[in-house]
Design a binder for this molecule. Sequence first.
Ligand code: SF4
Length: 352
Amino acid sequence: MSEPHNIYVHVPFCMAKCRYCAFWSMANPCPDWNAYQTKIISEINEWGDRLGADTVVPTVFFGGGTPSLMPVDVFGHIIQAIYQKFAVSPDAEITIEANPGTLAKDKLMGFVASGVNRISIGVQSFDDEKLKFLGRIHDARTAWHAIEQAMSTGVRVSGDFIYGMPGDTPDTVRNLCREINNLGISHCSLYELTIEPNTPFGKMNLDMPSNNEMADMYTTISDTLKLPRYEVSNYAVAGNECRHNMNVWDGEPYIGIGRGGAGRPYINNGWYEQMGGRVQCTPMSDTERAIERIITGMRTVRGVRMDGAVQNIINMDWIRAHPDLVRVHDNRISATSAGMLILDDIVLNMTE
Ligand code: SF4
């Protein structure tokens, strides 16, 4: 019997391309949904045959791209195929990412009626000028409305936000956090704007805040936001963390469905690296997988689990010598608040 596997489904279509975006997605508001559905379901069927129908699925995450662009019936057929081929847990977390500009009420209700129990809404900002600057297709009012409507369905709702844009200061970030507090959502993600080379922003020579200014904004978030941080960029009421991401960051197996997705299946006692769009995958050593687990686990407040593979590659002397940066607790290692600001250095040092 296979280990439980979480499932990620990639939906690579968007209404328009945002100016900062380096995700695998294309501007295509009217793709051939039938072809997409057929391809995704055939991948699901192949994975189901490979892992076995008794494989438990604790979480399914539809990410993108813009999954909320997908017609409800296409979503329904895909989720049905997952239920048919796997032993989806009765309390499985089923998340869909949504762009407020594509989330009309009937569509939202359709997703919820088809099994979605968590909606992650890409708000990014409550400032219309900033939304235009980012190249978003919606305004702030539409985003507020989408969050309110999603909350009224009773499912768990998260909002994604971006800070650290040109002109942002701790004050603007404080205001954003206060607005998030007023929303009453139980989960949000706040990502620092990073400029990727092959994007419109990458070619614009933007006047970005300095590293010190970014660090001040980051500290302002935890000082102002009512939701506690549980990962570098994620905040939630206890018990409302994104289970899918927590499972992935903790090193549980997952598969990626759809081109642009990625997975780390665990088959016959071995780890594999897998790209969405095909079922073939490449073996990974326990050490390679343990390094990944350290990188993702150290980003979480609960830290990385110290099982045998992790213990084999960490430098306990360095860890014990730096209690200001890392701590050991409950068979886990995590970064302190000071350590969170220099995570890349810590991961390098603790695995040397
Ligand atoms: S909606 Fe999301 S995936 Fe699509 S272009 Fe914008 S940031 Fe990228």
